[in-house]
Design a binder for this molecule. Structure first.
Ligand code: SAM
Length: 200
């Protein structure tokens, strides 16, 4: 988890309005773990390709969800899931005037109830980092895109984490239902971006 996510917005100009409001809410609450601007811009771009539905686990104060909403086409539904009630309420308040954006107070597994998704962002639960990994065949439409945030760029194979093979990253990069890349977004940040393969 990036500890400098919220602080990374200091001095960032030209943010979408919803993103600026979400960052302000995270700052007021002293929440440091918002997604970084580099990740947010990736989400904004990818959201434009989603047709019907976008999902996010671990919505926090809504910074990533606001980037997604800023990039999504009109008519796309967005669902964020956050297990902390205070964070979920703050994020929901940001989107009170946007009925196509819903924030649910729940464990990330609630995403199974509302899917499948054209774009799924795993940022709090389901990443396979110390807990169960989301099932892309259940949660993604064929051709749907998965983003798993918050890795460190690797220059070795297999990628290492704390000197050992990074099992969470390998899970996604080698998943038989996905084509995946580890995409560096900054010197200290990468995301796995994957597409669910179409059935043979
Ligand atoms: C890295 S922060 C999320 C940042 C947020 N996505 C953003 O873009 O600003 C991770 C969030 O995931 C939430 N979380 C952790 N485990 C979860 C779970 N099992 N189900 C739902 N939310 C979870 C935490 O409460 C925390 O708010």
């Amino acid at each position: 988890m990036s500890t400098a996510g919220t602080d990374a917005y200091t001095g960032e100009a030209g943010l979408p309005g919803g993103v600026a409001r979400a960052v302000a809410a995270a700052r007021r609450a002293g929440f440091p773990y918002s997604c970084r601007p580099e990740q947010g811009r990736l989400l904004q771009v990818l959201a434009g390709g989603a047709r019907l539905r976008i999902g996010e686990s671990g919505t926090g104060y809504g910074v990533g969800l606001a980037w997604l909403a800023a990039g999504a086409r009109p008519g796309t539904e967005l669902i964020g899931v956050e297990r902390d009630p205070g964070r979920a309420a703050a994020a929901a308040a940001l989107f009170a005037d946007a009925p196509h954006v819903r924030v649910l107070t729940a464990d990330w597994t609630e995403l199974y109830v509302h899917g499948p998704y054209d774009l799924l962002v795993l940022d709090g639960g389901g990443q396979g980092k110390g807990g169960p990994a989301a099932d892309p065949e259940e949660l993604l439409t064929p051709g749907g895109v998965l983003v798993v945030d918050d890795f460190t760029p690797a220059d070795s194979w297999p990628p290492l984490f704390d000197g050992r093979p990074d099992e969470a990253r390998l899970h996604w990069l080698q998943h038989p239902a996905l084509r995946a890349v580890d995409l560096p977004l900054a010197a200290d940040l990468s995301s796995v971006v994957a597409v669910r393969r179409h059935p043979e």
